[in-house]
Design a protein around this ligand. Structure first.
Ligand code: SAH
Ligand code: TRP
Length: 330
């Protein structure tokens, strides 16, 4: 970690992958767009300032139940989670606007001396850190600009630590490939007894899932297509945004929502800096995201070998969403 920037009580650091961000992005985009049969784009590239603002708009859509359901659960369990964890330090991965952690910090108040927000979007991270520092006097606030699939070691050794990961964002990692590796890396940053509170969206009625990712106002469509604009802006690609449409469907066998962009007509994209020249026919697709849905059983099945065990499964009355409280074992 380098380049600490200090203002008042906020310290912002940049993780290794954010230092050579454009070179890394060129390599990742090249790798993704070369994949066959289905090219893909890494989903962290949704979140430039426009994308992060669009996601915030998604969280307020009537069809998008996860945010308000998770907030309801958090409201109900924050005091209890605070009581059993008593963290000196609270870390939030993928913190975005940093709204949810406030409820938890209000509950852990006296025990917690430091809060660390971790996100790829530096603008949102800086704003969230400043707001937290303003509203929680006496709290030390750190921000880390980085990728939570690469840079978790920036957190340093654990001890008295609670890591939170809201919004079902863990569902955006491949359940068999990325999640086990993520959990092992995360557990390395936890001391025995440290806790991990993770929000997972639950398997449910398909119509409800479908609607949440195909909202009537078309905000999700704009959010999805924004990833092409980010690649244009940062890598000088020439994606023709009018040539693509939003696709989101539930894959029942894999228990995930899959997001794609589909070519409405034949189109071509060139990214000289990433050595990409991709011709797409009408109907060809690029995967932009998966959003895996869990049950208590499928989440617990990811834990053996991770050093984490499930301590509490906290859900809403309709079992739409769950907060899993995991504990690092000795
Ligand atoms: N926690 C917020 C935002 C969730 S959206 C909420 O509950 O509403 C997902 C957040 O994770 C975004 O802020 C995005 O910038 C961040 N993010 C996505 N992929 C990331 C990655 N690989 N590393 C770090 N942050 C990431
Ligand atoms: N973490 C969110 C989720 O899986 C991200 C998300 C919501 C998303 N809507 C989207 C990603 C639409 C891509 C497209 O629910």
């Amino acid at each position: 970690v380098s380049e600490a920037t200090r203002d008042d009580r906020v310290v912002l650091r940049r993780a290794p992958s954010s230092r050579d961000a454009l070179a890394l992005m060129a390599a990742e985009v090249r790798e993704g767009l070369s994949a066959r049969p289905l090219p893909f784009l890494p989903s962290k590239y949704f979140y430039d300032d426009r994308g992060s603002a669009l996601f915030d708009e998604i969280t307020r859509l009537p069809e998008y139940y996860p945010t308000r359901t998770e907030e309801g659960i958090l409201e109900a369990v924050a005091d209890q989670v605070a009581r059993v964890t008593r963290p000196r330090e609270v870390v939030e991965l993928g913190s975005g606007t940093g709204r949810k952690i406030r409820r938890l910090l209000a509950a852990t108040a006296r025990a917690t001396v430091r809060c660390v927000l971790f996100d790829v979007n530096e603008t949102f991270l800086t704003d969230s850190c400043r707001r937290l520092a303003r509203d929680f006097p006496g709290l030390e606030v750190n921000g880390i600009v980085g990728d939570f699939t690469h840079d978790l070691d920036c957190l340093g050794p654990g001890g008295g630590r609670l890591v939170v990961f809201f919004a079902g964002t863990i569902g955006n990692l491949h359940p068999d490939e990325a999640v086990p590796a993520f959990l092992v890396r995360l557990a390395r940053q936890l001391a025995p007894g440290d806790a991990f509170l993770v929000g997972v969206d639950l398997v449910k009625d398909e119509a409800r899932l479908h609607a949440a990712y195909n909202d009537a106002a078309g905000v999700t469509a704009r959010f999805n297509l924004n990833i092409l604009r980010v690649v244009n802006d940062r890598l000088g690609a020439d994606f023709d945004l009018t040539a693509f449409e939003h696709v989101a469907f539930y894959d029942r066998a894999r228990a995930w929502i899959e997001m794609r962009v589909r070519a409405r007509r034949a189109t071509r994209v060139r990214i000289p800096r990433a050595d990409v020249d991709l011709a797409l026919g009408e109907g060809d697709e690029i995967r932009t995201e998966i959003s895996a849905k869990y049950t208590r059983g499928t989440l617990e099945a990811r834990l053996p070998g991770s050093g984490l065990r499930l301590e509490q499964w906290l859900t809403d009355a309709d079992e739409l969403f769950a907060l899993a409280l995991l504990r690092r074992i000795a």
